[in-house]
Write a protein that binds this ligand. Sequence first.
Ligand code: ADP
Ligand code: MG
Length: 360
Amino acid sequence: FEPPAPLPIRRLQESLINRIAAGEIIHRPASALKELLENSLDAGATSIRVVVKDGGLKLLQIQDNGCGIRKTDLPILAERFTTSKLSSFSDLSRLTTYGFRGEALASISHVAHLSVVTKTRSEVCAYKAQYSDGRLVPSQAGHTPDPKPCAGNDGTIITIEDLFFNIPTRLSALRNTSDEYSRILDVITKYAIHNPKVSFSCKKAGSGTPEISTPSGSTTPQTIGMLYGHTVTKEILHADIVSPDNTKADETWSAQAYFTSANYQAKKTIFLLFINHRLVESTRLKRALEGLYTGILPKGASPFIYLSLEIHPRAVDVNVHPTKKEVHFLNEDVITERICDSVQDILAEKNSSRTFEYQT
Ligand code: ADP
Ligand code: MG
């Protein structure tokens, strides 16, 4: 027996470490976009416009009318672990923003060309800054890497170009740009439904007509109608559910559910789940809710369900990896059961009134 000679252990170069870590946070254009959308919503934007080229691999640009970024913060904007949203560990249990770990822009700067144009309400002009590997870089060779004054509206434009230009294996795995574009549209559609007061749009670069366009100040059913069609809205039911025991602050929760009646039949279940305003996945909740329809829908037909659940921040561990979409929370069984009971009651009520109408 002759084992191979041990190879020397070497320290990886920092830029390589950062690139590997960034590739784990930013999987594909849609995951970068989700981070940017959340930043714009955190900044209080009421209008969010997205422009995409080649499924987001060539260009992904997002413009918002939020609070903007102060000029003095621009030099460290794309450094890892720089954030305006968290200052102590205990803040983690009171978080009301999407972001908190200051990793998104840093990660993007390691795997793409990142530039920012931003203007706060108190600044007289906008500033433009470009980043590479976490650091501010000069816009032209030989110049100092300072944010440059420029014309611009209140708010922020983030431009990501040539995503994964330095990770060739990832790039070749993402060759289907129309599939990447569908994923981008899917993320925007879901955030648009969850934020009906905010106007969203998304189009391909150079195209006149956006694929998605919602006005600001809509209601949830209106937005569902605009994005999923009026056949859904016509059959939409609503449940406003609260936790039975409001005495223990940690255990209180509430949920808003919009779901279709037995008259609506989709080929595949459409399930949108937001927990504390974050788009997540829970196979458990999905299965449980789908289960309610097996008796009332014909075989092969599926419902539309949008569920927004708010639980005490302490009952859900937000400090999981940002890409970990499948979530778990405290009292999952009880909450799932209560939501299902409420939805079931409303579905049954609707179904019996339909039979009644039919009989008379
Ligand atoms: P996080 O959201 O976790 O703080 P990010 O890397 O996503 O980390 O963003 C870093 C910081 O940049 C944010 O804390 C915020 O202050 C600022 N920022 C990012 N995007 C925007 C935006 N669209 N509008 C205003 N500020 C922004
Ligand atoms: Mg963020």
